[in-house]
Design a protein around this ligand. Structure first.
Ligand code: UD1
Length: 425
C-alpha cells in the first residue's frame, strides 16, 4: 500500500542513469529457453516484472537469480528439462508472457498458456501472432479461454504483417529460430528492443539478417545448436524520456545516461520544439529547460515514430505548455484512461475517440491520484513536479512493474519526492 508523494520543485540538476529496458529484458530472459546451461544478462533493471518473469521461467525449468554481488546481473540456468505449460497466475500478470509462444514452439513443439495480462489499454488481440505461426505450420486449439498450440516441425514462411506489431514480430522471429528453411517477416516492427532480442539470439547461434529493419529473415538452425551467452540489456528509452519530461516541466539542466539518443530521435525533436534545449552527449542526452513549454501536436506511431509509451509524458508536458496540443493515439484506442487523473491535478484535456485536445494551463495543483498503468503512473509523478502543493499517487505497484527506483533517481537530481507506506484501509 505504498504511495509516492511529490512536491512542486525545480530546477533539477545533475545526471541520472537509466537501467536496461523492461520491454527488452523480459524477452531476453525468455531466450534462455533455447539452450541448456547458464545465461547471463547484465544491465538488468530492478523492476517487479523481472521477478514475475523469473518465477514464470522457474516453473518452466529455468532457475533465475540475481548475482548477490551485483543486482544488475541476472543468471538464468536452463536445466535442459523444459516444461511447456505456464502457470496461469503468472501469465495473467504480464503481457510479455505471450513471448513464450515462439521459443516454446521452436524448442519443444508445444505451448499452453492462459491469456496474457499486462497494462489494460483495452483489447490487445494476438491475431497476427496466430496467423504468422499458422503459416509456419503451427496448429492452434480453438479454445477461447487459453492458448494451446503444437507443431512437430515448424517450417519457414514468407509473412507480411498487417501492422508492425512488436509482440508478433518477436514471436515470429523466435519461432523461426529452429524452423526448417527461411522465414521472412515483412513490415516487421523495428523497435530497438526487438533488435536487442535478435542480437542476443544471433550471439547464441541463430541466423538472423535485417536486424533493426522492416524485413527480417531467419534461416532455421537445428534444435540444440544454440549456446548460452552473456548479453547487456539495451538501455530503457522510456525511463530516459521520463527523466527528460521531468526536467522539461520542472526546469533545470540534467544529463540522462544509459539510453541512446539515436533510439529517441523523433521524441527528442518534438520535445525540443516545445522549448527545452537538447543535446546528444557521450552515453546519453542533456536537457536544459527553463520550465517554459509551448504546445505541439503529437501522434503515436510504431518505431521510429513517437512511441505510445511516451504519450502520457508528452500529455503531461502539454498540460503545462502555452497553447493547445492535439494528441492522436494510433496504437491503443483505450489508452487515454489516465486523463481523468491528470484532470484532478487541474489539466484541461478533452478526449474524443483516439484524439485528445490538451489546453495548457498556467499551473497544476496537487491532489490524490491513482496510477492506472506503468507509464501513466510515471507521468503522474512528473505532473506532480509541476503541481502546487502535494500530489499523492497510489497504485504504485503499477509503476514498480517498469521503473527501477524512480523516487531515488528523481531525488538524485533534486526533486522533492518520497515513497511512503500507508496502512491498508
Ligand atoms: C509492446 C510493448 C508495449 C508498447 C507496445 C507498442 C512489451 C511487453 N510491451 O506491446 O509497452 O506499448 O509494444 O509499442 O513489449 N495488434 C493486433 N493484433 C496482433 C498484435 C497486435 O491487432 O496480433 C495491435 C494491438 O492491439 C495494438 C497494436 O497492434 O493496437 C500494437 O501492438 P504491439 O506492437 O503488438 O504491442 P505489444 O507487443 O503488445
Amino acid at each position: 500500500m505504498d504511495r509516492i508523494v511529490v512536491h512542486k520543485c525545480g530546477p533539477l540538476n545533475g545526471s541520472v542513469r537509466v537501467p536496461g529496458a523492461k520491454n527488452s529484458v523480459l524477452k531476453l530472459m525468455v531466450a534462455s529457453l533455447y539452450a541448456p546451461g547458464t545465461h547471463i544478462l547484465t544491465n538488468v533493471p530492478d523492476i517487479s516484472d523481472v521477478g514475475t518473469m523469473g518465477r514464470l521461467l522457474g516453473a518452466l525449468g529455468v532457475d533465475v537469480r540475481h548475482d548477490s554481488n551485483d543486482p544488475d546481473v541476472l543468471f538464468l540456468v536452463n536445466s535442459g528439462d523444459i516444461r511447456t505449460q505456464a502457470p496461469s497466475e503468472l501469465v495473467e500478470t504480464i503481457r510479455a508472457s505471450i513471448n513464450l509462444l515462439g521459443p516454446l514452439l521452436s524448442c519443444c513443439g508445444h505451448v499452453r498458456l492462459d491469456l496474457p495480462g499486462g497494462d489494460d489499454f483495452g483489447a490487445r488481440p494476438i491475431d497476427m501472432h496466430i496467423a504468422g505461426l499458422t503459416a509456419m505450420g503451427v496448429e492452434f486449439d480453438p479454445a477461447k479461454d487459453h492458448i494451446e498450440a503444437r507443431a512437430e516441425r515448424l517450417h519457414g514462411a514468407d509473412i507480411v504483417l498487417d501492422f508492425p506489431s512488436v509482440g508478433a514480430t518477436e514471436n515470429l522471429v523466435t519461432a523461426a529460430v529452429h524452423a526448417e528453411g527461411l522465414t521472412t517477416i515483412r513490415n516487421a516492427a523495428r523497435e530497438p528492443e526487438i533488435a536487442d532480442l535478435c542480437s542476443m539470439l544471433t550471439e547464441m547461434g541463430a541466423q538472423i539478417t535485417g536486424i533493426g529493419t522492416s524485413t527480417i529473415s531467419i534461416e532455421g538452425v537445428p534444435r540444440g545448436s544454440l549456446v548460452p551467452v552473456t548479453h547487456a540489456v539495451v538501455g530503457d528509452r522510456v525511463q530516459a524520456a521520463t527523466y527528460l519530461a521531468s526536467v522539461a516541466v520542472a526546469g533545470g539542466d540534467v544529463t540522462v545516461t544509459g539510453s541512446r539518443s539515436q533510439h529517441m530521435e523523433v521524441l527528442l525533436r518534438r520535445m525540443n520544439e516545445m522549448g527545452p534545449e537538447i543535446t546528444a552527449v557521450p552515453g546519453g542526452v542533456r536537457m536544459k529547460s527553463d520550465g517554459y513549454l509551448r504546445a505541439v501536436d503529437v501522434q503515436t506511431l510504431p518505431y521510429p515514430g513517437i512511441a505510445t509509451d511516451y504519450k502520457p509524458l508528452l500529455m503531461t508536458m502539454l498540460a503545462v505548455a502555452e497553447g493547445i496540443g492535439i494528441v492522436t493515439e494510433n496504437l491503443y484506442p483505450g489508452r487515454f484512461r489516465y486523463v481523468e487523473e491528470l484532470s484532478k491535478l487541474g489539466a484541461d484535456i478533452r478526449t474524443d475517440g483516439h484524439h485528445a485536445i490538451v489546453r495548457g494551463v498556467a499551473g497544476l495543483r496537487g491532489a490524490a491520484v491513482s496510477a492506472p498503468d506503468i507509464r501513466a503512473g510515471a507521468a503522474l509523478v512528473v505532473a506532480g513536479l509541476a503541481a502546487e502543493g502535494r500530489t499523492i499517487i497510489s497504485g504504485v505497484e503499477h509503476i514498480d512493474r517498469g521503473y527501477d527506483d524512480i523516487v531515488g533517481r528523481l531525488r538524485g537530481i533534486g526533486a522533492s519526492v518520497e515513497r511512503i507506506s500507508v496502512d491498508a484501509p
